[in-house]
Design a binder for this molecule. Structure first.
Ligand code: SF4
Length: 636
């Protein structure tokens, strides 16, 4: 079986076996999908997916509510949903809409509704005590599944999928963790499966196309069902035309899409067990799926393979794979794509660190569709980090003659330091950035130090991407302290280390894990509640767990007032003002970097055609480097 072979689900012909399964996007206005959502899904169809399963998590009943969900139960959504369907069908790709009721895995703040769930068993992730569903509630939600399915059918969807993965009352009915009922919907597997089967029947009776079931093969939660239960669960379920495999719940969603802070559960064997147990097509996925994983999933018995983050990182991944070209790879950072799910998205919607177009498909054309520059220019880029490389590659693709000078003897800038320990997948970013620049014809000059005097007037434009300087940590203290960035480069420390977190992001966790890996006894002091507190929500719990599992002691709400010459550290509780002292062997400070802007400021005095991008503007996270570089190259 090949990813680009056509396939069939019941009577639905699918042009290939690659499925795009989006995450929640937040492109929803008053319960209706927006044109941005249509463009987001349409871009993945244009990029070669044979089947799109989305929008994700459309609701079947007002009791499951939130600002990020499509109200599929409301027939007022049909017109907007038709636009989504058309955006996908325009590329001869099929689209199946996904329905859910979030049950215990959401909160009722938005609609002031109690959350309906099988039992009063709250999710550790949603924090709200749900209401146990009465028989009337069950009937209402079941009829909501039918009504929502009819709306999707009217909008032109090719089929409907019921979510029994994370964020799903269907999975909660199956789950011993969430379902403690003693009526006909609780107890043994056939009883716990009853609600799911009735929902499938409610949907099947209202649509012409296939009905799919998206099932967590294990909840990965204490008290939840596990992989060993899959045969019994599948034996109790009936009526679906395909089965899509996933893993986890809301509380364990960081393993559903495992990234830099969570161990990825092994899914190939459970998928093989699943494929043996059902006589319908299986859609397989891994906690992270790349095109290279397709054969292993087919070998396990899957007939289709679903992709999420890789198609966010490069919407044209499948078309490129079909043409034997190199995609821009996902780095499994979870820093932007899942932030929309967790509700802390800085842009308010789905985004991707390595692909500024993701979430902006309706305003930015695909890179492959960009017009050539109206006036090709000779451009000098100073700095070979993420911002400089992204600018250089895109500008060169548009026809500019680009030379990039990098002071060190390698490309990637801060990525070289970042890509170690749990952040090792970040190496893909520097590899792909460098490869893209090379493929676009950028002239790269390494070990080439640039100062204002060495920039010839003949350049049409100069782009300064000099990044950021290391944090200054020593001057404030009488005693010796070690910079965390030096630790990551191998600086020696004693056995007993106090780490002072002034950075608050992932580098704090990374440095802590590096020190623990060397066998250090580690106390992590932070003026936040605990160290690395500003790390993205999808990654934070995994890092905290890893640090604590290896013995790190957390001292939150404290700052370091002084480090004496003899190494004595004076701490102050930032809430109470109370003091304390420590006598570690080594103090490590994780500080904040400063923009390396001197070259830009000097050149800006001398010429009009100078720009700066990335950390040279102000040190921020990696997504901003990509964004700055690409956006400047798109308009130059
Ligand atoms: S934000 Fe990170 S994990 Fe998410 S799709 Fe982009 S590169 Fe992958």
């Amino acid at each position: 079986m090949d990813l680009f072979d056509s396939g069939t689900v019941r009577s639905l012909s699918v042009p290939n076996r690659a499925v795009f399964r989006p995450v929640r996007t937040r492109f929803v206005d008053d319960g209706r999908p927006t044109e941005e959502l249509a463009a987001h899904l349409g871009a993945r169809a244009a990029g070669g997916a044979g089947l799109v399963v989305g929008p994700a998590e459309m609701l079947v009943h007002p009791s499951a509510s939130g600002p990020a969900f499509v109200d599929a139960y409301d027939d007022g959504t049909v017109s907007a949903l038709t636009s989504v369907v058309d955006a996908v069908h325009d590329h001869d790709t099929k689209i199946v809409g996904q329905l859910t009721h979030t049950g215990a895995e959401s909160r009722g703040d938005w609609e002031m509704q109690p959350q309906l769930a099988p039992s009063a068993s709250p999710s550790d992730a949603a924090y709200e005590m749900p209401k146990t569903m009465t028989r009337d509630d069950i009937d209402e939600v079941l009829s909501g599944f039918g009504d929502a399915a009819a709306n999707l059918d009217a909008a032109g969807f090719d089929g409907v999928e019921l979510a029994a993965g994370p964020f799903s009352v269907l999975r909660q009915f199956l789950s011993p963790r969430y379902n403690a009922r003693d009526d006909e919907y609780g107890g043994d597997w056939p009883a716990r499966a009853r609600f799911v089967n009735e929902a499938i029947d409610a949907v099947a009776g209202r649509i012409d196309g296939p009905v799919g079931l998206h099932l967590s093969l294990a909840e990965l939660e204490y008290g939840g069902y596990g992989f060993d239960d899959v045969p019994a669960i599948l034996d109790a379920l009936a009526g679906f035309d395909y089965l899509s495999c996933t893993v986890g719940s809301h509380a364990t969603y960081n393993q559903t899409h495992a990234g830099i802070s969570a161990e990825a559960p092994e899914l190939r064997d459970p998928i093989a067990t699943t494929a043996d147990a059902v006589d319908v097509p299986v859609i397989g996925r891994l906690p992270f799926t790349s095109v290279d994983d397709a054969d292993a999933l087919f070998d396990a018995g899957a007939e289709f393979v679903s992709f999420t983050r890789q198609l966010l990182a490069d919407a044209e991944t499948l078309a490129k794979a079909d043409a034997g070209e190199r995609p821009n790879r996902c780095i499994q950072c979870n820093q932007k794509c899942l932030e929309a799910v967790y509700g802390h998205a800085h842009g308010g919607h789905v985004e991707c660190v390595v692909n500024p177009r993701t979430g902006r498909e309706s305003e930015l054309p695909a890179l492959s569709a960009l017009d050539d520059a109206a006036l090709p220019q000779q451009v000098l880029v100073v700095g070979g980090g993420a911002a400089g490389l992204r600018f250089a590659a895109v500008a060169a693709e548009r026809g500019h003659d680009v030379t990039l000078r990098e002071a060190s003897d390698s490309l990637g800038g801060q990525l070289g330091l970042a890509a170690q320990g749990p952040l090792a997948p970040f190496a893909r970013a520097s590899e792909d950035l460098a490869a893209a620049a090379r493929d676009a014809g950028v002239t790269v000059e390494l070990a080439s130090l640039v100062n204002a005097d060495s920039v010839a007037p003949s350049w049409d434009a100069v782009v300064v991407a000099t990044g950021a300087t290391r944090p200054e940590t020593g001057d404030r203290f009488d005693g010796e302290v070690v910079n965390a960035f030096d630790v990551l480069e191998g600086a020696e420390v004693g056995e007993d280390v106090l780490l002072f977190d002034e950075n608050r992001w992932v580098v704090t966790a990374q440095t802590g894990l590096e020190l623990l890996g060397r066998g250090a006894s580690l106390e992590m002091v932070s003026s936040d509640h605990y160290p690395a507190f500003r790390t993205e929500q999808p990654n934070l719990p995994g890092f905290v767990a890893a640090l604590q599992a290896q013995g790190a002691a957390f001292t939150g709400n404290h700052t370091v007032d002084s480090v004496a010459e003899d190494g004595t550290v004076t701490l102050r509780n930032t809430l109470t003002g109370e003091g304390a002292s420590r006598e570690p062997d080594t103090v490590v400070v994780v500080g904040r970097r400063q923009a390396d802007e001197s070259l830009y400021l000097e050149l800006d005095e001398q010429r009009d055609d100078v720009y700066r991008v990335g950390d040279a503007v102000s040190p921020r996270k990696l997504d901003r480097a990509y964004y700055d570089g690409e956006l400047l190259a798109r308009r130059l």
